[in-house]
Write a protein that binds this ligand. Structure first.
Ligand SMILES: [Cu+2]
Length: 264
């Protein structure tokens, strides 16, 4: 029976290897970034710091707790030679204060940083440089970009198995971009892993509602990045792929000039 485990493990390893080989949209997970993908917005820097800081705090807390458990087990256990229990501590005010205050302080610190960053992430500037209306549908995306009061020709996609063949949203570097998310059918989720952020696209939210909009500040990292739907939305959900292309200002100007869009 023991021998059967080996080929099974080999098959599993092969399956995993082929699964990762098929998906070219999985970003490189780098330990120096806490296994997060490369981030391409100012906001994703904040998110990455919050995420990594929370992990460091949790791991440090875990290390202290495990140390205390092991220490208590080794040095404060009931000795075999002695019949009676070790000294039992109860109603010890200083210790009970400590039990109460230390977790309270820890939760408060987490809460403070989470609230501070959530607030910053939801902040909206009244004059973003670029506005993108994102329509998520079963099973692709339509991107309609407005810049300087001019609306460009919408980019519409269809289900694909390679994100580079999906609809491509072109955005300039070092600019403030506002997204407005809309769905005519079911709940989708707009996810660009390089934003280190995703938001559900929920049908029925009226236009102008703050819950369907968010803003990013793009960093100077021109490249093509993968995007996908992150909410199981039907049979072709896994093929609801798209890409975001960050371009320099010169390329952006050229792109706008070639997109003969209709007036708003
Ligand atoms: Cu979807």
């Amino acid at each position: 029976m023991a021998r059967r485990g080996v080929p099974r493990a080999a098959v599993l390893a092969l399956l995993l290897a082929s699964a990762t080989a098929c998906a070219n949209d999985i970003p490189d997970a780098d330990w120096s970034r806490g296994l997060l993908p490369e981030n391409i917005t100012t906001q994703s820097d904040w998110i990455a710091n919050l995420w990594n800081g929370a992990w460091i705090a949790a791991l440090a807390t875990g290390a202290v707790v495990i140390f205390l458990i092991v220490w208590a087990c080794l040095f404060h256990r009931k000795r075999r030679a002695k019949a009676e229990l070790p000294p039992q501590v109860r109603y010890n005010l200083p210790i009970e204060m400590l039990y109460t205050l230390v977790p309270l302080v820890m939760v408060s610190v987490f809460f403070f940083f989470t609230a501070r960053d959530s607030r910053a992430l939801e902040a909206m500037s009244p004059n973003p440089d670029v506005k993108v209306k994102v329509e998520a549908f079963q099973w692709s995306w339509r991107f309609t970009t407005t810049v300087n009061g001019k609306t460009l020709k919408p980019v519409v996609g269809q289900p694909v198995s390679d994100y580079l063949k999906g609809p491509q949203l072109v955005l300039p570097v070092n600019k403030k971009v506002e997204f407005d998310l809309e769905s005519p059918d079911v709940i989708h989720s707009f996810w660009v892993p390089a934003f280190v952020f995703k938001r559900d696209v929920i049908p029925g939210i009226p236009e102008g509602n703050k819950g369907r909009r968010f803003q990013i500040d793009t960093l100077n990292k021109p490249n093509v990045y993968a995007g996908r739907c992150a909410e199981l939305c039907g049979v072709d959900h896994s093929r609801m792929l798209f890409s975001v292309k960050l371009v320099s200002q010169a390329e952006w100007d050229q792109y706008i000039a070639t997109q003969t869009g209709s007036a708003q």
